[in-house]
Design a protein around this ligand. Structure first.
Ligand code: ADP
Length: 379
């Protein structure tokens, strides 16, 4: 009809048609965005798995299916432990969901090894939180990057360094011995200048031998060729060895050494010789950098399932930008290369890691440094 009711009905029809068009457009846009997202996920070479807050798999890209050997199409009923044989990764994801805090695990501890046929492949993983409205946690993305090739190169490098340093050790030892003998017996007949040359050669050969020894130790540990002999060790014993070794040097530099050990400290699971080596290295560094009349203290305390061992000094401290880097090979703080090789802390880190612990430094430049390492308590 052409009256008011009729016009109203006409307007309604027009409005309904427009809403239907708008609705279609929206759905089309959503589908196109979804397809775009899926195409991006499918083209990424890294594996991606998305979990909801109950650790159920809600998405997985083709690369991740390949890495995890999943040829199933239906994944909505799967949980983390069904697709990942690595408990530590699922545990980390579970903790992240629980706390809602992005994990800050260092890169070297984020490697997971999975079988592929008869071979093993290594993946670097990272866990990222997806936040929804009001910043609440709506899911977790697990990213897996294949680092097998990198690991192989790393291993080759380590084996080369091991072979080279092994070959260099013997000629260096005999050169060192010849120079020492010459200094003992033939130096009187030499002119002052030649004696200085001989002395310089003596210093250099010994420095080179120390470097080659450190390199050999480090590459052996890195390649897992050093056997650890774990024992049930009282912490007191570790420090007793160290204290005895430094008695004379501490007196010479008039450095005061204090040891604070709580009485009820549990025993630790450690290779006593190697742990003593680590503490010796930390105290030797502290002793090298404190000024005459300075202080060095050693402390131990139980924290959860670990004992924290700390060596504090009131030396020059370490600039912030160096505080994680000094644990890498050959890194020395500029201007403080006091005759070392830059390998000591790298070796310490490897030994501590082989014990299942970690090591770090806290330092305020000008106010000293505190190196702390963790060792597991005997279960
Ligand atoms: P090295 O002592 O042989 O040079 P390290 O790996 O033991 O090698 O130490 C790396 C660097 O860290 C040192 O060259 C030094 O610059 C810095 N460092 C280590 N310990 C201390 C310390 N207690 N105080 C100040 N700087 C330190």
């Amino acid at each position: 009809t052409g009256d008011e009711l009729g016009r109203l009905a006409g307007e309604f029809n027009q409005m309904a048609a427009q809403i239907a068009r708008y609705h279609e457009m929206n759905i089309e846009q959503i589908i196109s965005e979804k397809n775009k997202g899926e195409a991006i996920l499918a083209s990424i070479e890294d594996g991606l798995v998305v979990f909801d807050h109950e650790l159920r798999v809600t998405g997985i890209n083709p690369a991740a299916r390949r890495m995890l050997n999943l040829d199933l199409v239906e994944y909505s009923t799967l949980r983390c432990s069904d697709i990942l044989p690595a408990d530590s990764v699922c545990e980390l994801i579970r903790k992240t969901v629980e706390t809602g805090v992005q994990p800050s695990t260092p890169e070297e501890e984020r490697i997971v090894t999975l079988p592929e046929g008869e071979y093993l492949r290594h993946y670097l993983f990272s866990v990222t939180i997806i936040r929804g409205k009001e910043r609440s946690l709506s899911g977790i993305v697990l990213l897996l990057r294949d680092v097998t090739r990198l690991k192989e190169v790393e291993q080759l490098k380590s084996e080369f360094v091991m072979a080279a340093s092994h070959e260099l050790r013997t000629p260096l030892t005999s050169m060192g011995m010849s120079i020492d003998l010459l200094m003992e017996h033939g130096a009187e007949g030499l002119a002052e200048k030649d004696r200085e040359l001989l002395h310089a050669a003596h210093e250099e050969v010994h420095r080179m031998k120390a470097l080659v020894d450190d390199l050999l130790d480090l590459s052996k540990i890195e390649a897992g060729r050093i056997e650890m002999e774990f024992d049930n060790v009282p912490v007191q014993i570790l420090f007793e060895h160290v204290q005895a070794a430094f008695k004379r040097e501490l007196e010479k530099k008039q450095v005061e050494f204090t040891l604070e050990l709580p009485e009820d400290l549990p025993n630790v699971r450690a290779d006593a010789n190697k742990m003593t080596w680590v503490l010796t290295n930390l105290i030797s560094n502290a002793l090298r950098y404190v000024s005459e009349g300075g202080h060095i203290s050693a402390m131990a305390r139980k924290v959860g399932e670990y004992v924290h061992l700390s060596i504090r000094d009131d030396g020059p401290g370490i600039p912030l930008e160096y505080q994680t880097r000094i644990f890498h090979k050959f890194v020395q703080v500029k201007g403080s290369e006091a005759g070392g090789t830059g390998l000591g802390l790298a070796i310490c880190k490897e030994i501590v890691r082989a014990h299942g612990g970690t090591i770090w430094v806290e330092s305020i430049p000008g106010r000293g440094s505190t190196f702390t390492l963790t060792v597991p308590v005997v279960p």
